[in-house]
Design a protein around this ligand. Sequence first.
Ligand SMILES: C[S@@+](CC[C@H](N)C(=O)[O-])C[C@H]1O[C@@H](n2cnc3c(N)ncnc32)[C@H](O)[C@@H]1O
Length: 270
Amino acid sequence: MVAAHRGRASTGPEAVCNDPWALRLAGPEGEALSRRWDEHSPSMVLWMGLRTRYLDDCVVRALDRGVRQVVVLGAGLDTRAARLARDGARFFEVDQPASQADKRERLSRFDGYPLDAATFVPCDFERDDFVRLLEEAGLDRRAPTCFVWEGVIYYLTEEATRSTLGRLASEFDPRSLLVFDYLNTRMAKASPRLREEDRAMKGIIEELGEPMQFGIDDPTPLMLECGYRFLRTVSFDELALQYTGTYARERFFRFQAVALASASEELTLW
Ligand SMILES: C[S@@+](CC[C@H](N)C(=O)[O-])C[C@H]1O[C@@H](n2cnc3c(N)ncnc32)[C@H](O)[C@@H]1O
């Protein structure tokens, strides 16, 4: 579903991102799931495109600044390893074994995708030691890494999220960067104040078997407690303004945002 949203956001004159693999990876089933959202949240495709674009730009910027390791946490059908490949840079994809097996099977069905662009690291954040698994897969913890954690943390428990954030801040080179998106607690916890449209969206996600469980209203205290010093957050509306030059009050997608964080890298110029 997410890959289909992203693929749709990559097509046509209004494209905000560029993932040429996404629609094929999603297949007709993914596209049908994506289209189910059009009725409840017509801005979903735009948001997914903006999120992908901004995270892509963060990775490109990190690579431009000399970072040579990119880790995609909860990678799903992410194709950054193929799209943003750079000489000397390694991409690692960390995900549940079942999600990775499904992705490999999909990729094997079409020609042209560089299957060796990423090192696959099977891992369940709730149970496994992702730091050890990454090291065993060849990641150098003494070199700066760009971590991408897209569309994942609200599906994890607060405990698993905090523990992962803490380890990302303390067990890797402090110049490393982390970029992730989060939901507010109103959405994650289905507050009675949730808008009708947002409640419908939450219902679709839960029906698909991946309930949202963790929300963040202000990431600042959380990031401080987890060992981060530098933090920037950006809203959907700000990304829409940046990449499309538009603002539309009726887009109703105000429960999600993106955060960029580092333990020691000043983000002033990001
Ligand atoms: C909505 S998908 C997002 C995938 C991808 N990052 C993207 O934006 O297209 C959520 C991903 O989180 C992964 N995930 C959820 N819970 C996880 C866990 N406990 N451990 C590892 N990965 C998990 C799923 O396998 C899935 O790939």
